[in-house]
Write a protein that binds this ligand. Sequence first.
Ligand SMILES: N[C@@H](CCC(=O)N[C@@H](CS)C(=O)NCC(=O)O)C(=O)O
Length: 218
Amino acid sequence: MLRFYYNPVSGNARRVWIALLEKQIPFEPILVKLDGDQFDYDFTVVNPLQRVPVIADNSLRVIESLAILDYLEAKYPSPALMPSQPEDIATVRMVEMLVVNELQPAVMVLTRPLMGLEVENQKLDVARERITLVMQFYEKLLDNRSYFVGAEITLADIVAGISVSFLDRVGFSLETYPRLQAWLEQLAMRESWQQTTPPPEVIEAALPNLRKIIERRL
Ligand SMILES: N[C@@H](CCC(=O)N[C@@H](CS)C(=O)NCC(=O)O)C(=O)O
């Protein structure tokens, strides 16, 4: 059976977890505690980069959440989480890459002061500006659709939904983005979403580990 190395507070792992549930792929979850477990020899053999998520499928190891999502899509195409029309594929990729290249780095900056870590005010301003630009872009792109590409959930919604739903924790309000709010409500109704939402006490317990992870970031 496919093995899924994860941690419940890892947003990157949650992308894969939701895809596994949406596609109803049987898997064995393997918890990596991220309290230093990720540096153990056994896990380093699985992922030399010492991060979750990882998928192990027989002798194959796939690291990097977006690569894992592509692998799952290719191997288990139904139900599809990647559309087939060229313009829709471009939309999914665009939304995903904005998360990775713009949102995640900016959120990392806003998280630092919450963890008692130093950061220059100017960097906080730049981070908020980048997030604003992405939210404005997403709000327009959503239009009046339920999901980014229409009536069905895709990888775009999964990848962006996890990051956008985290924004209130770093003090970024979505008050002025009614479409994004409605979209998040829609996502929150899904079983895969509810099943993978980390309970507050789990997040609370993980904070010291998360602080160390953020401190180590380049
Ligand atoms: N680009 C990677 C990022 C993976 C990543 O940063 N995982 C974090 C948890 S969200 C991790 O395992 N961190 C452990 C560490 O930095 O020590 C992906 O998308 O899979």
